[in-house]
Design a binder for this molecule. Structure first.
Ligand code: OVM
Length: 407
């Protein structure tokens, strides 16, 4: 059988919309709103011939498919490659790319390491780092917010939280680009991200070893589960790899996108600045409005259905989280950024048993950054056009020149 992007080509059921689009076209990835609207307009379920995949983007169905782990498995990969048919580019993640019951055991370990209580313990580190960083940036005035703040903050605090002894911010960011571009097709973006794999992958793997981690971080908490027999030593290393895979690019993107939203919506910045109680809801709105992880997939593990349409075993389904978070049927006025919206039910962290296990620490990081900004900064003004950086799974900025005007 000839595979398409590493999975079995399918024939869509009668009545399924067929749409000749490339969801991974760089223009769409840079500016996806029209694509999101068109995908939702196709219907509940769309077949995309170019990759022989099914796609969902309306809110309810996207949420349903994404959380239906019985019918739509993760163990065959959350990108276009079917791990049952082709070897993945790296050993599969033992929390992301795995199904129950194996998933339950690893998830528990990560869930404890990333619990609200543990995250509270990092509050001072996060706050002090954010305060100092914002003070330094205020000296400069005009900054390149992607490198100077969005990348600088997580690459400073996250390796400390994990307890990494090896420091290489560039490798962490570039590894994130590999991991997330890898869930898309074998296009120029994925190839470019993979260009430095030979150097970065061994560095990442080595950094996950027990003796490269301090005794007091998240990494050590995971290794403690190897000591009590819950995990093997190798599994502990693999879960530390998951921290490094999922914890850097995502929070870099969250901070960058937050600064973009606030610099573009000065009235919303003013509302946030006027009342710190909006910090949390403002970040949730940034997540809804920009969907840092815009698309993740599943594989039909058996013959099943979506919205009443038969779906054959082995079908890849791309779940366009960005489209669901912009569905007017759900949100009313999705294209308005409002810090007081409180968008309960957004799918930016996914949904169901695989929902983001790091969401508490992500919120903790953003709370620190936004808190420092509202205390020290009077206005955030665009200094030049924002430039987006296309990525097969992440909607992130490449450049965000802004001017921070102090109180
Ligand atoms: C992992 C992982 C987890 C979540 C997201 C992700 C694709 C990777 O366990 O490696 O990015």
């Amino acid at each position: 059988m000839t595979l398409i992007e590493g999975h079995k080509p399918i024939t869509p059921a009668g009545g399924v919309a067929v749409w000749d689009v490339d969801p991974y076209d760089t223009e769409i990835l840079r500016d996806p709103l029209e694509y999101y609207a068109n995908l939702r307009a196709q219907g509940e379920l769309t077949y995309i011939p170019r990759y022989s995949v099914l796609a969902v983007g309306r809110y309810e169905i996207t949420r349903k498919v994404f959380s239906d782990h019985e019918n739509f498995v993760s163990s065959r990969g959350v990108g276009l490659n079917d791990f049952k048919l082709e070897d993945p580019w790296r050993p599969p993640s033992i929390i992301l790319e795995v199904d129950q019951p194996d998933h339950t055991r690893t998830r528990k370990v990560m869930s404890r390491a990333l619990s609200p209580k543990v995250v509270k313990g990092f509050a001072e580190l996060f706050q002090d780092t954010a305060d100092r960083l914002v003070d330094d940036l205020l000296e400069k005035g005009t900054i390149e917010a992607v490198t100077d703040l969005a990348e600088a903050f997580p690459t400073t605090v996250f390796p400390k939280a994990v307890g990494m002894k090896d420091v290489n911010a560039r490798h962490l960011v570039d590894y994130g680009a590999m991991v997330f571009n890898a869930v898309g097709p074998d296009n120029a973006l994925r190839r470019e991200a993979m260009r430095h794999a030979g150097e970065i992958v061994p560095w990442i793997n080595a950094a996950c070893a027990r003796d490269r981690l301090s005794a007091d971080g998240l990494g050590a908490m995971v290794y403690a589960s190897a000591d009590d027999g819950t995990l093997t030593e190798a599994e502990a290393g693999m879960l530390v790899r998951s921290f490094l895979s999922a914890g850097v690019d995502t929070t870099v993107t969250g901070i960058g996108n937050a600064l973009w939203c606030l610099s573009q919506n000065p009235d919303q910045w003013d509302a946030l600045k006027a009342d710190p109680k909006f910090i949390r809801p403002a970040f949730e709105e940034v997540l809804r409005y920009t969907s840092p992880v815009h698309t993740f997939g599943r594989t039909a593990g058996r013959d099943t259905e979506i919205a009443g349409f038969p779906v054959e075993e082995g079908s890849k389904v791309i779940c366009v989280l960005g489209a669901a978070n912009m569905d007017p049927e759900k949100w009313g006025d999705p294209e308005v950024f409002r810090v007081d919206r409180k968008p309960v039910g957004h799918v930016a962290f996914g949904a169901g048993i695989h929902g983001c296990v790091g969401q508490n620490i992500a919120r903790g990081e953003l709370e620190a950054v936004l808190g420092a900004l509202i205390r020290k900064v009077d206005r955030i003004e665009p200094a030049a056009e924002a430039v987006w950086r296309p990525n097969n799974a992440i909607r992130a900025l490449d450049r965000l020149p802004i001017t921070l005007i102090p109180n």
